[in-house]
Design a binder for this molecule. Structure first.
Ligand SMILES: NC(=O)c1ccc[n+]([C@@H]2O[C@H](COP(=O)([O-])OP(=O)(O)OC[C@H]3O[C@@H](n4cnc5c(N)ncnc54)[C@H](OP(=O)(O)O)[C@@H]3O)[C@@H](O)[C@H]2O)c1
Length: 304
């Protein structure tokens, strides 16, 4: 049966965190989750934008249960502060949606010295997950959902220059970071199974959608893509959020599953299970990436 939010039973009493929930796919994910009755914590770096997004949701759904907690994934200190605040207010977490992301910015480093896409897309979420996992119930309905991309298929994890210090390719670093998100989801799933925990780690990709993710593309490139008909094969942010919502809420989900749109080139279409690149399934590289991520973020006892 096709996935449909109307078929999801009430999620009242459950709590989700969605990173980057103030715009694009994260906003649509938060909107979908509150529609089911779930409480959603919008984990956002810009509080004004987050307040505006919350207001827009409340204008449509006055009963929506939404809170905002500041989170800047480009600063590990902010990730730790977010978790401290969250733990002061909540004693459980049912869904962690690691959605926030940046794509092809000029070379910059995060506060902790990571290449910004590796830092924000992967390492910030790695630390966030490590610090929250013990709050997640030991059930298959409790899920960590990572966001990858079709771009992961063009990525490699370059351990010789993980932070692209010697050579920076904007797209290469994006592809590497999105491959890292998927490999982290896979490896976390393996570790949860090995620890006999039922909590699921899964991954989704949205296909293609015209969001603020293109903010670092030149206007000429954006215009060119629109003229060449890209809009015809991509879909709205609301539809692009469906693979995430499927991974988060559908009953027929197992750890390590990867969801995306099933249409042409996986750019749009109904959500379902999709395949990963061979590189994403390289367990030796996944373990090496895990070890490197622990070292870089200072995680000593990831609780699995
Ligand atoms: N759109 C697509 O076609 C596409 C395709 C494949 C994969 N994806 C993935 O889908 C996810 C969502 O992308 P989107 O298209 O919705 O992009 P978007 O419209 O640009 O939204 C990205 C969100 O991430 C937030 N963010 C960026 N840097 C952050 C940081 N340092 N700390 C906390 N939050 C931060 C942004 O906050 P601000 O608003 O404050 O900047 C925004 O809320 C990303 O992981 C992306 O890689 C998207």
């Amino acid at each position: 049966m096709a996935f449909n939010l109307d078929s999801v039973p009430s999620q009242k009493g459950r709590v989700a965190i969605a990173t980057g929930a103030n715009t694009g796919i994260g906003y649509e994910t938060a909107l979908g989750l509150v529609q089911t009755g779930m409480k959603v914590i919008m984990a956002c770096r810009n509080l004004d934008k987050a307040k505006q997004a919350k207001k827009t949701i409340l204008d449509q759904l006055p009963d929506a249960d939404l809170d905002i907690i500041e989170l800047d994934l480009s600063r590990l200190s902010s990730v730790r502060a977010f978790v401290d605040t969250y733990r002061q207010q909540f004693s459980r977490l049912d869904l962690l949606i690691n959605n926030a992301g940046i794509m092809i910015p000029p070379y910059t480093k995060t506060e902790d010295g990571f290449e910004s896409q590796m830092g924000v897309n992967h390492l910030g979420h790695f630390l966030l997950t490590a610090l929250l996992l013990d709050l997640m119930p030991d059930t298959a309905e409790a899920r960590v959902v990572a966001l990858s991309s079709n771009a992961h298929k063009m990525g490699t994890i370059n351990f010789d220059d993980l932070q692209s210090e010697r050579k920076y390719s904007r797209f290469g670093a994006y592809a590497q970071s999105k491959l890292a998100c998927l490999m982290f989801a896979n490896e976390l799933s393996r570790k949860l199974v090995a620890a006999d925990r039922k909590t699921l780690s899964v991954c989704a990709h949205p296909g293609g959608s015209d969001t603020e993710l293109s903010r670092h593309m030149s206007t000429t490139t954006v215009k060119f893509l629109k003229m060449t008909g890209l809009a015809l094969i991509t879909h709205s942010p609301a539809n692009a959020a469906l693979p995430t919502l499927y991974a988060a809420l559908a009953p027929d989900v197992s750890g390590g599953d990867y969801f995306g749109p099933k249409g042409f080139l996986e750019m749009s279409g109904k959500p379902g299970k999709v395949s990963q690149s061979t590189s994403a399934l390289n367990w030796d590289v996944a373990q090496q990436l895990w070890d490197a991520s622990e070292d870089l973020t200072g995680v000593t006892n990831f609780c699995v």
